[in-house]
Design a protein around this ligand. Structure first.
Ligand SMILES: [Zn+2]
Length: 92
């Protein structure tokens, strides 16, 4: 079986930069996503109110065990739908 050394490209549309290790995105897009995520979190905190701690706990439990700071987008979306949070297209 031939050994494959595949390089992943960034998941963002029209971006062909190489994705960072363990990530679906390149460095630039990761930065963009992180700052977007920060605004998003603030917004969700307001929307969830008293349910915010539950939300945080669930995010922690779904985080990547190798890197607790990372949460896969798919998991994040599942959590959002569990809490019945709908994001506008610009927030994703
Ligand atoms: Zn990119």
């Amino acid at each position: 079986m031939p050994r494959q050394n595949r390089i992943k490209s960034c998941k963002s549309d029209h971006c062909w930069l190489v994705a960072q290790d363990f990530s679906a995105y390149c460095k630039i897009h990761l930065k963009m996503i992180q700052s977007k995520a920060f605004i998003l979190i603030q917004d969700m905190r307001t929307r969830l109110g008293p349910r915010w701690p539950d939300f945080v706990n669930m995010m922690r439990s779904k985080a990547d065990p190798e890197d607790p700071e990372q949460l896969f987008v798919e998991e994040f979306q599942k959590i959002l739908s569990f809490f019945k949070i709908k994001l506008s297209a610009t927030q994703l």
